[in-house]
Design a protein around this ligand. Structure first.
Ligand code: TXA
Ligand code: MG
Length: 366
């Protein structure tokens, strides 16, 4: 399949797509084709959510298991009524507080939404993104757009257009290439079918933020204990994993740096390259220690250092996480060591993704 790559521009602080291109994209979506586009969380791969044939193309392009439901994206509230059967009273306040934005609500679905979109479930996940281009595309096509993250199934979600091109060129009708995604992690998925909302997938909108609006918020037990079956089907799959083997280290930074010195020595000895993701606060110390021990050429060949940003601004780590995991693969790293965070605030979402990427390799330093 020929994939049309469409550029966008920045005009007066806004990301825009020119009107002719927007028409091309809308026509493709109306004709039942797939189009990848930027959102504030990660890039999405869109198709008409109400067309079985169109949605089937998303599953094929991504290699996605058919029981993993899609999120339906809308550009204005009127589009919601057609998609859902009923809703709890408290959802009004949540939509007011967080839409448009990085949160998805799971409602009871209407008959209009085909089962292929919801992975056979009686519920439908809906999100109103805040991204200018995403909204313009949904509006122009005038249909709800099912859009999972625009990666091949199992790979880290795409935060830059080049990630989408790498995974999906030749598999989708068009890719709209915008800027790097601002949030960098997928939306919070919140089940609002019960009397108290429940987080099924943590994201930038945290449990505390939800509770501050409606008084309470639960967390799917599967996010806490691996013995429980997750309520969000997508959470059971291995996800977000780069090719390199990721290990997440939790705890004191001085001990982490000590540990890293050992890992670097091992990488040099075995002829491998290690990706090292550390907070800005530790980067200078680590660099000085490494440069005191090894020649630059040896470090260049065996160590790929990535700055996670300040430990005080974890939204920077969230934004860069998937980009950095993919960059380690590109740099030829066979292993990645990353300094994890505590599970407070956005740290909950960061650690949720890191646990998946690490496939159980979580080391607590003491
Ligand atoms: O930020 C995002 O949510 C991005 C952008 C493109 O909007 N989309 C995204 O979609 O991450 P995807 O398909 O990669 O992840 C959707 C998640 C999966 O874990 C899926 O199982 C869950 O949402 N989900 C979808 N519909 C659901 C439903 N009816 N009940 C429970 N979980 C649902
Ligand atoms: Mg995904």
């Amino acid at each position: 399949m020929q994939t049309h790559v469409i550029r966008t521009n920045w005009i007066e602080g806004k990301q825009v797509i020119n009107p002719e291109d927007l028409k091309v994209v809308a026509d493709l979506l109306i004709a039942g084709e797939t189009v990848a586009f930027p959102t504030e969380t990660v890039y999405g791969l869109g198709a008409n959510a109400l067309s079985e044939e169109a949605v089937a193309k998303i599953f094929t392009a991504k290699g996605r298991p058919s029981d993993n439901p899609l999120i339906v994206h809308i550009s204005h509230l009127e589009m919601l009524d057609d998609l859902i059967r009923e809703r709890q009273e408290y959802t009004e306040a949540l939509m007011d507080a967080f839409w448009p934005g990085p949160i998805t609500f799971v409602f009871k679905k209407s008959d209009k939404v085909p089962l292929i979109t919801t992975g056979g479930l009686d519920t439908v996940a809906v999100r109103m993104p805040s991204h200018d281009i995403a909204c313009a595309i949904i509006k122009a096509s005038d249909c709800p757009i099912a859009a999972p993250s625009a990666n091949l199934s199992g790979k880290p979600s795409p935060t830059k257009p080049e990630h989408v091109v790498e995974d999906l060129r030749g598999r989708v009708a068009a890719i709209v290439a915008g800027e790097e995604a601002n949030v960098g992690l997928e939306s919070t998925v919140l089940d609002v079918t019960g009397p108290v909302p429940m987080i099924l997938r943590p994201g930038a909108i945290t449990k505390e933020m939800v509770a501050s609006v409606v008084g309470g918020c639960e967390i799917d037990q599967a996010l806490v204990s691996s013995d429980e079956k997750p309520r969000s089907p997508g959470m059971k799959y291995k996800h977000y994993a780069p090719v390199a083997e990721v290990t997440t280290y939790i705890g004191d930074n001085a001990i982490f740096i000590e540990q890293l010195m050992g890992l670097v020595a091992q990488a040099i000895e075995s002829g491998e390259k290690i990706g090292v993701m550390v907070f800005e606060e530790d980067l200078a110390v680590l660099n000085i220690m490494l440069m005191g021990l090894y020649p630059k050429a040896v470090l260049d060949a065996h160590v790929f250092l990535l700055n996670e940003g300040s430990v005080k601004h974890q939204e920077v780590l969230a934004r860069q996480l998937f980009t950095h995991l993919r960059a380690c693969d590109e740099a030829g790293c066979s292993k990645i060591a990353i300094h994890g965070v505590s599970e407070a605030g956005i740290g909950h979402a960061i650690m949720n993704r890191l646990k998946k990427a690490s496939e159980g390799r979580i080391v607590t330093l003491r």
